[in-house]
Write a protein that binds this ligand. Structure first.
Ligand SMILES: *Cc1c(COP(=O)(O)O)cnc(C)c1O
Length: 396
């Protein structure tokens, strides 16, 4: 019998989403309106937070969070090379300099010890803040990424931020549904940025959200998420008057009611989705356990991962076989992925950075050469997982 295809990921959508979207389309309002508000309220309730602002993408969520912090060309932001490029591009778009620091070899996440060492060595404390001895710019913040759905060491990183009077923005594109020490990712004093891109754990096709435990500054976040306009769309519509103000230079980052209709249904399923992904990860753990050529993902005891990814590593002595194994899987109609090509490998960043700035990202590079992300999505079956594992085991 011919094998069926096992895609890398598949959105978890059924008639509930289709009906909700249809209802919006049959109504009078399709852009940002009541459905967006409802989606925001549902996310607030789920995470027990006071601020949730829907935007057009995870990238937009990060950009708005940087804008609210007044990031400009005099500034530097520490971040990870082991992410999707938009985390780092957002910093460049604001005119600031992204400082790449190497990751932890077990979690693929930013390593607080390395960040602390970098700060101690390369900045001097001044009245205006931490001044880079190399570039003469000020360190303003850190953008962390919860890689694969597993939280970074938030306590350690938050205390580094507090001590040095810098902010943290959490790129939680992989991490809706995840927990750190029993607290949901998103329930944080930092700005937390979710993505609802089509392959993320919940999706609105394209979309994102900025979430924070407290709602200090909510007005400014809202302004930056829609042109800098001081009143939102609905109120403008209601007053009947064509007047509004532009108070800051924002982009057009709003989510539509059509997309939010997907979101309100998806967020209802989040606990099931996260649980199912953890079950599938456990199946992989069991099926792949005996294959001595690979290493399985490590989740720290205090973390509950959203299991956005299931990243395996080929042991160092087998790393030359990585691409061959990917081709073998594809031949068997299993479609894995690789996360991530470190950003400093892209030609834009090669030109952007000096050699000295990127010559110390040894773990990130090593992880990339050895990594394969196996298919994981709520509807994958145990039989599928067995077939993936068998293909890998036969390959070796
Ligand atoms: C997907 C992703 C983003 C960007 O999200 P979009 O909604 O596609 O803009 C940012 N960071 C990481 C780590 C991602 O995986």
């Amino acid at each position: 019998m011919l094998n069926k295809e096992i895609p890398f990921s598949r959105p978890f959508i059924n008639d509930d989403e289709i009906n909700e979207v249809s209802e919006v389309l049959r109504g009078k309002w399709i852009t940002t309106g009541e459905k967006v508000k409802e989606f925001e309220n549902k996310v607030k309730e789920y995470l027990d937070v006071d601020m949730a602002i829907a935007v057009s993408s995870g990238t937009a969520a990060i950009d708005v969070s940087l804008a609210v912090n007044n990031i400009c060309s005099e500034d530097e932001i520490i971040t990870t090379p082991y992410t999707f490029a938009s985390t780092v591009l957002s910093i460049i778009h604001r005119g600031a300099h992204p400082v790449l620091i190497d990751v932890d070899k077990e979690t693929f996440n930013l390593d607080p010890i390395k960040i602390l060492a970098y700060i101690k060595k390369n900045y001097k404390k001044t009245k205006k803040g931490l001044l880079s001895k190399i570039r003469g710019k000020y360190l303003r913040g850190i953008i962390i990424v919860h890689f694969g759905g597993q939280s970074v060491e938030l306590d350690e990183l938050n205390s580094i931020a507090k001590e040095n009077n810098i902010f943290i923005i959490e790129d939680a594109a992989h991490a809706i549904g995840a927990e750190y020490k029993g607290v949901k990712i998103g329930n944080s004093d930092n700005a937390v940025c979710f993505s609802f891109y089509s392959n993320k754990n919940i999706t609105t096709g394209e979309g994102g959200m900025i979430v924070k435990k407290n709602n200090n500054n909510e007005e400014l976040y809202r302004k930056y998420s829609l042109h800098g306009i001081s009143k939102n769309n609905i109120e403008r519509y209601k007053t009947g008057l064509p007047f509004y103000d532009i108070e800051v230079a924002g982009f057009k980052n709003n989510l539509t009611d059509i997309q939010a209709a997907l979101g309100v249904v998806q967020i209802r399923k989040i606990d099931y989705i996260t649980k199912q992904r953890n079950i599938i990860a456990k199946w992989y753990d069991e099926e792949l356990n005996g294959i001595s050529e690979i290493e399985l993902p490590i989740i720290k005891k205090h973390n509950y991962s959203a299991r956005h990814l299931y990243p395996i590593l080929l042991k160092p002595e087998f790393k030359d076989k990585r691409d061959e194994l990917i081709l073998k899987l594809r031949e068997s109609k299993v479609y894995p992925s690789v996360h991530f090509l470190p950003v400093h490998f892209f030609s834009y960043f090669k030109k952007y950075y000096s050699k000295e700035e990127i010559n110390n990202l040894i773990i990130a590079e090593d992880l990339f050469y050895r990594e394969i992300s196996l298919p994981i999505f709520p509807e994958i079956s145990k039989e599928d997982v067995k077939r993936v594992a068998k293909t890998i085991s036969l390959f070796f």
